[in-house]
Design a protein around this ligand. Structure first.
Ligand code: NAP
Length: 252
């Protein structure tokens, strides 16, 4: 896969899956705009580690109403055009119905949907407008296994990702005539730096046993699927959802 001369915007690119995706695109010749919310130090580190040159940091909270439009405008002002948009940034909030009070419950739904669905729908809106100006582009949205399998202690997260899948498929149909392709990657538990630091040994053991490979996904493996959907040859895969979950959950 060759992404020379491609301008790629990745949300939530300061760490985890977004960082691995930025590294993978940069290694294949792309110029990458790295969006992050607040962790300046992590974002600067990621920028410094990227192969090639011409990459750029874009600090923006995408959950704010004007955030997505400002982010796309700033990206296009800097790079000249938007070829590939990877909507990776997402949050998950614990809100077990047996344990939390109503305020916690309802706030978790609002906050989760603000970032995982409304921000992405607005980024698709402004991103697609920018791509229409230049004859097309690729959008890859990062979903989750939880959209299919359920998230008992984080139901808003599972619901937001299921809605994201549905929205992506609707837009894949609508935007085809503009040569805009939309794909989705649905990872299972992925071993990011943060996951490695926060899991207890028992939790880790449980997660390892979910997959017959007896391991979690690596961020690089999720990035690989994202690059495939963004590649030139994958246009007819628009509307596809690629699972990256080590056969831990098989849907029909
Ligand atoms: N890790 C997993 O096991 C897993 C499994 C399935 C799906 N996923 C999905 O994969 C995606 C990435 O997950 P991850 O674990 O790699 O994430 P992560 O390590 O928690 O990193 C999140 C990134 O998103 C940014 N971010 C969060 N809220 C933002 C906002 N409102 N505006 C702009 N940036 C924001 C963060 O920036 P700051 O650091 O500056 O706040 C950071 O760069 C998410 O959509 C997640 O749902 C992850």
């Amino acid at each position: 896969m060759d992404f020379s001369n491609k301008n790629v915007l990745i949300t939530g690119a300061s760490r985890g899956i977004g960082k691995a995706t930025a590294q993978a695109f940069a290694e294949k010749g792309a110029k990458v705009g790295l969006n992050y919310r607040s962790n300046e130090q992590a974002a600067q580190m990621t920028l410094m580690e990227l192969a090639g040159e011409g990459h750029h940091l874009l600090r923006q909270d995408i959950s704010e109403k004007t955030g997505p439009q400002e982010l796309i405008t700033n990206f296009v002002d800097h790079f000249g055009s938007l070829d590939i948009l990877v909507n990776n940034a997402g949050i998950s909030i614990f809100h077990d119905i047996e344990e939390v009070d109503f305020d916690h419950w309802t706030n978790a739904w609002v906050d989760t949907f603000k970032t995982n669905l409304f921000a992405v729908s607005n980024l698709c809106y402004w991103g697609a407008k920018a791509m229409m100006e230049t004859g097309g582009g690729k959008i890859v949205n990062v979903s989750s296994r939880g959209a299919f399998r359920g998230e008992p202690t984080k139901p808003a997260y599972g619901a937001s990702k299921a809605a994201l899948n549905s929205m992506s498929q609707s837009l894949a149909k609508k935007l085809a005539k503009h040569h805009i392709h939309i794909g989705v990657v649905a990872p299972g538990f992925t071993e990011t730096e943060m996951a490695a630091e926060t899991l207890t040994p028992v939790e880790r053991d449980h997660l390892l046993r979910e997959s017959p490979f007896q391991r979690m996904a690596q961020p690089k493996e999720v990035a690989h699927a994202i690059l495939f959907l963004a590649s030139e040859g994958a246009g007819y895969s628009s509307g596809t959802i690629i699972d990256v979950n080590g056969a831990s959950y098989l849907r029909s």
